[in-house]
Ligand binder design. Structure first.
Ligand SMILES: [Mn+2]
Length: 447
């Protein structure tokens, strides 16, 4: 954050929100950032701003609130933030203060956060609609500040103050906006993807029999921070052997052995944007025939899902394409027997594939946006970003050929829906059997 910061994309988003508000009765919007959270006695978690607030401001400090006034004659955005404080800055670091924040982040006005309570009642006293995010998170929705302001307005009725009669959930608008990424967002998401790609390559190179999962997690963390990312976008999954069949395994404490697979699901956060990549590869550098068969099947599922990801297609289409491919492959491998129609009807394939093929990706790794906005699957459109992450998980069982026991494979890339299809912009993370085996062989110590 310095001379490089460009407030233009944030100002443009605020302008879009104001325009939407003006077309829908005007009013006042309130978007507060996230609270600071204590980890344990006297120690806070690393601060993470609220995604909605940061989307509209680029402002990363805690105790900040954005107020948008959709006045037809004078639409404006106002920031409430911490004041400069030499003593607190000695302990906790730099604060912009209202004046510098207004200049740097292109707000029309800025005030100290402790003025919000006294200024807010007058700002909403004209009876205009209110736009807020109640129920989002108590403090991040500005709930207390708004309730206090509403009470103050009611009490001043005889002075001509009029409480809002209409309450809008501003998330309906913001979620739809966030679903389609603008150029500034895509640039950050591509960079976050490239950093995660490099982290996965580093992790593959470091993997060998006898090492522990946490040693590989450490390689990921190193790569994220060394490249300037904030850190992981979510707790990295480093799952060897049977652990790969636990979908959200995060203990990462097991020793890895020759002949097993290692599944790594890890991505970083960069300026508020997430990447989310999964790769699965052999601990000792070579796939067994059974591992390879399942791996090629999951890769085929990903190709089928990617081909089904394009503007005008349903959000469900990639998943359906992946499941079709899975059923064919498992029948060929005799892991599913019986008629195809019966397998489809009974969903017996879910024994091996129990999650969906993707989710929205953006500021939040599971980003906002309704998947079924009008009780029907979302239609994909250019500018949407989502993951494509088929998998296949075969737990040890008496009715399964032991060669397939404990094989858990997921392959995940980050996709941008383009005007004529989709682009997997993390696909240059080694992915084919040949790419992975070549990289792993070159990384093994010679003995
Ligand atoms: Mn994912």
């Amino acid at each position: 954050m310095s001379t490089l910061f460009d407030p233009a994309p944030f100002r443009a988003r605020r302008a879009r929100v104001l325009e939407h508000m003006q077309k829908n009765g005007g009013g006042v919007a309130l978007v507060a950032t996230a609270p600071e959270r204590m980890r344990n006695r006297e120690t806070a978690y690393a601060y993470r701003f609220d995604s909605y607030f940061h989307y509209l401001t680029g402002f990363a400090e805690p105790q900040a609130t954005l107020v948008l006034i959709a006045d037809n004659n004078n639409p404006r955005s106002i920031l409430f933030c911490r004041e400069k404080n030499a003593e607190r800055e000695t302990w906790e670091g730099f604060r912009f203060g209202p004046e510098a924040a207004a200049a740097q982040f292109a707000f029309d006005e800025a005030y100290a956060c402790n003025e919000l309570a006294e200024r807010l009642p007058a700002l909403i006293a004209g009876g205009q609609p209110l736009w807020c995010a109640f129920g989002h998170e108590d403090e991040a929705s500005g709930f207390e500040a708004l309730c206090a302001a509403l009470i103050a307005v009611r009490r001043n009725g005889r002075a001509g103050w009029c409480a809002p009669a209409t309450l809008h959930d501003i998330r309906h608008l913001l979620d739809e906006m966030r679903l389609i990424k603008d150029e500034a967002e895509l640039a950050l998401m591509r960079r976050a993807g490239a950093i995660a790609r490099d982290a996965h390559i580093r992790a593959m190179r470091a993997t060998r029999p006898g090492r522990y999962e946490f040693e590989i997690e450490a390689e990921l963390l190193h790569a994220f921070r060394a490249a300037g990312a904030t850190g992981p976008a979510y707790t990295s999954i480093v799952a060897s052997g049977a652990n790969a069949c636990t979908l959200h395994y995060v203990a990462n404490d097991r020793q890895m052995h020759a002949g097993e697979l290692l599944l790594i699901d890890a991505g970083c956060e960069l300026e508020g944007y997430a990447s989310d990549i999964t790769r699965t590869f052999p601990v000792s550098g070579r796939f067994s025939p059974a591992q390879r068969a399942i791996y090629e099947l999951v890769l085929a599922m990903q190709h089928a899902a990617a081909r089904a990801t394009r503007p005008g297609a349903s959000f469900d289409a990639p998943h359906e394409a992946a499941v079709d491919t899975l059923i064919d492959g498992l029948m060929d491998l005799k892991l599913l027997t019986g008629s195809r129609a019966e397998i489809v009807d009974t969903k017996r394939w879910q024994r091996f594939y129990m999650h969906r093929t993707g989710h929205w990706l953006g500021r939040d790794v599971h980003d906002v946006g309704a998947y079924r906005p009008h009780d029907a699957p979302r239609t994909l459109a250019a500018g949407m970003t989502l993951t494509i992450e088929p998998g296949c998980y075969i737990r040890a069982a008496a009715d399964i050929d032991p060669a397939f026991h404990d094989i858990g494979i997921r392959i995940e890339d980050d996709a941008l829906v383009t005007p004529d299809g989709c682009q997997l912009y993390t696909a240059d993370t080694p992915k084919t059997v040949a790419e992975i085996e070549t990289l792993m062989q070159s990384a093994q110590p010679t003995s």
